[in-house]
Design a protein around this ligand. Structure first.
Ligand code: C2E
Ligand code: CA
Ligand code: CA
Ligand code: CA
Length: 278
């Protein structure tokens, strides 16, 4: 036992140290990154299942290091949430996404731009005010904006969250539940908050064809969304086979590498021009 204890110790310590120092490095650099404009938004197109029309795009944040390296959000969003920096970062994302959405709108493109909101952001006072501020700043119609929150936010029945939801709805901004089915939400939460769209998590899309549930969960989610008058979008769609399954189950929209990857804004503009049938 002693022997293996020592072996474990040797095995884990360097790794833990490495992670702790990476975290410290991230924390101090994230602050500067925001101040130095090192963040950028990429956009992943979203399509209708019917006719594969381009209908929207999800804004996904990336951190462009001075050496050109692109850091993915999974590496810094959790640290930003722990340190509270997510509030500042999230506000930048909101402003930048609205600016880009307004640019597209001015060019005559009717795309819905979806933004990810952290639960930390939703629980802070003033979120709805910031959304209203950015819409006004870029003269963006609220119908052009969709906010994605995770299920955990629905279970938070604090006044802050309830009020934020109500005010955003009133403004006319669309609300979507991200990674739907992976958390612990229930029908009653969905009824209370009345969201517009459910985003079916990639794990269920994989389940369509890997023999695990054969689409039973996805079918249930789509049926439930329909009975509550909500739209559905499936994320992480990589194959025609998955697309076919989702189309048969009556899913409304699709997002995934099969049709388009996340891309910088300039590429999105080109992409839109090439899909002018919208
Ligand atoms: P998410 O909101 O679930 O975003 C979808 C992720 O799946 C994105 O990763 C996207 O690039 C990736 N993806 C899209 N299509 C496919 C596909 O066909 N196959 C596979 N394997 N992956 C696909 P990304 O951009 O690395 O973002 C990861 C997560 O980081 C997001 O997951 C979201 O939770 C978070 N995130 C990204 N941007 C923001 C932001 O501005 N604010 C906040 N709070 N979170 C963000
Ligand atoms: Ca999302
Ligand atoms: Ca998602
Ligand atoms: Ca996901």
């Amino acid at each position: 036992a002693k022997e293996s204890g020592r072996a474990n110790h040797q095995f884990f310590t360097p790794d833990l140290n490495k992670r702790a120092s990476e975290r410290l490095w991230l924390e101090s650099n994230l602050r500067h990154a925001l101040a130095d404009n090192e963040m950028e938004l990429h956009f992943q197109p979203q399509f209708s299942v019917d006719g594969r029309r381009l209908v929207g795009a999800e804004a996904l944040v990336r951190w462009r290091r001075p050496d050109g390296q692109l850091v993915p959000p999974v590496q810094f969003i959790p640290v930003a949430e722990d340190t509270g920096l997510i509030v500042q970062l999230g506000d930048w994302v909101l402003g930048e996404a609205c600016r880009r959405a307004a640019e597209l709108h001015a060019q005559g493109h009717r795309l819905l731009i979806a933004i990810n909101l952290s639960a930390v952001q939703m629980r802070r006072p003033g979120l709805a005010d910031r959304v209203a501020f950015w819409l006004a700043a870029y003269n963006l119609p609220p119908e052009c904006l969709e906010l994605e929150v995770t299920e955990s936010v629905l279970m938070d029945d604090s006044d802050m969250v309830t009020t934020a939801f109500a005010r955003l709805r009133e403004m006319g901004v669309a609300l979507a539940i991200d990674d739907f089915g992976t958390g612990y939400s229930s029908l009653s939460y969905l009824k209370r908050f009345r969201v517009d769209k459910l985003k079916i998590d990639r794990s269920f899309v994989l389940g369509l064809t890997d023999g695990s549930d054969g689409g039973a969960i996805t079918e249930a989610i789509i049926g439930m969304a329909r009975s509550l008058n909500m739209q559905t979008i499936a994320e992480g769609v990589e194959t025609e086979e998955q697309f076919g399954f989702l189309a048969r189950l009556g899913c409304d929209q699709i997002q995934g590498y099969l049709l388009a990857r996340p891309m910088p804004f300039r590429e999105l503009v080109t992409f839109i021009a090439e899909h002018k049938d919208m």
